[in-house]
Design a binder for this molecule. Structure first.
Ligand SMILES: *Cc1c(COP(=O)(O)O)cnc(C)c1O
Length: 383
């Protein structure tokens, strides 16, 4: 063994590793065989003292927003399994699809680059912007710096054709060009991606179950946008020691849509459970997907000012806003409970809201200078 291998051999990041499931999940099928270590895991859990919690409600925060920098948020956990599958299938590039500020597309572009695969992103934007340079705001900055290929489609085209046919169309084109593409669905939400949040429950179990077996949480609260996160969380919470009740706040479509979609993912791993029995899905869509009300943004600003935690406008901000509304309207449901909110990331999406955020931003002023103040730095170091 050479000296470099000796020194660096123990680092796990970006390595392909063989996978063995938690014992309580070993009956699920199919079981992944490998995963890439992509996330900075375990992510921390800490107390989150939001103002106006119901009496004796303890709120904790699982910081999946800290799962990485460019590779931040919940999508990293899914990509650990999806990327391993892509490589196992001999892919030389990945295709995925989402909204113009998709965190999933950004995470996929970065993960692909790290693993030496090209990425092709189909991004949905407004009709007026579909033929214009999409710029470098938020997630686009990262995607474009890492060299993702971006195809824009209008919302109307997306609604008409659908994500499956759009990705298939691009796949066929790339196959004709001699490439070996691997398609990752919207949000990385399929039965393979769901394993990322089965693993997250193993991680949480280690963090909150004491040696005597007493469990530190009663409820898990999370945003839902494409369903993969809640599919993994809810089945694994049931099977593990946690048995925490999972509350999902959906930010697009409807709860009925997500019960059906989640059921499909659960059937895809032969979980043998009913989605409606194991997760409660509530609406938090507000004005619509990726559209923020001024109340939601004010809430995000107030939470940041009160606790230092920055939520995101599209997912965790709406979920936390709706959770607090429910806690206010139905305090009896939450009193005395220990609640774990999963912060799924999305900070880069805030850059897309700067116009709406400007009136809420903190104070600034030109510094008042006292003419008589003597210079204390050494001469010659002007800046
Ligand atoms: C994608 C996403 C979600 C929703 O997760 P799904 O598995 O798609 O339901 C939540 N929060 C953030 C920040 C996301 O990017």
């Amino acid at each position: 063994m050479d000296a470099t291998a000796d020194v660096f051999g123990s680092f796990e990041f970006l390595k392909l590793k063989s996978y063995s499931p938690p014992s309580w999940a070993s009956h699920l099928h199919p079981l992944p065989t490998h995963f890439f270590s992509l996330g900075h895991l375990p992510t921390p859990i800490h107390r989150w003292n939001l103002p106006n919690l119901p009496r004796n409600t303890q709120l904790w925060l699982k910081r999946d927003d800290l799962s990485g920098m460019q590779l931040s948020g919940n999508k990293v956990r899914k990509l650990e399994f999806l990327m391993a599958d892509a490589v196992a299938q001999g892919a030389d590039c990945v295709i995925t699809i989402g909204g113009i500020q998709s965190n999933h597309c950004r995470a996929t572009a970065v993960a692909a680059r790290y693993l030496n695969l090209d990425s092709y992103l189909i991004l949905r934007t407004s009709k007026v912007n579909v033929d214009k340079d999409p710029g470098l705001t938020g997630n686009l900055l990262v995607e474009r710096l890492v060299g993702a290929h971006v195809d824009l489609v209008s919302k109307e085209e997306y609604a008409k054709i659908g994500s499956v046919a759009l990705t298939e169309m691009l796949k066929k084109k790339l196959l004709r060009e001699g490439r070996k593409p691997y398609v990752i669905p919207v949000g990385g939400s399929n039965s393979i991606g769901a394993w990322g949040y089965i693993e997250a429950i193993r991680e949480i179990e280690k963090q909150v179950v004491s040696e005597s077996g007493s469990v530190g949480i009663d409820d898990i609260v999370v945003a839902c946008g494409s369903g993969g996160t809640i599919a993994g969380l809810s089945v694994a919470s049931l099977l593990s020691k946690l048995k925490a009740k999972v509350h999902a706040y959906c930010v697009c479509d409807t709860p009925d849509y997500f019960y059906d979609f989640t059921q499909g993912l659960l059937d895809g791993i032969q979980a043998g459970v009913s989605a409606r029995d194991i997760v409660s899905i509530l609406d938090a869509k507000g004005n619509g997907y990726a559209m923020s009300t001024s109340d939601e943004l004010k809430f995000i600003k107030d939470v940041a000012t009160a606790t230092g935690v920055i939520l995101d406008p599209v997912y965790s901000g709406k979920a936390a806003y709706a959770m607090m509304k429910d806690m206010t309207d139905n305090p009896g449901k939450w009193e005395g409970r220990k609640v774990l909110f999963i912060h799924t990331g999305g900070l880069l999406g805030m850059y897309d809201k700067v116009d709406q955020l400007t009136p809420l931003a903190g104070n600034w002023r030109q510094m008042e200078l006292d003419e008589s103040v003597p210079r204390l730095d050494g001469i010659g170091k002007m800046f």
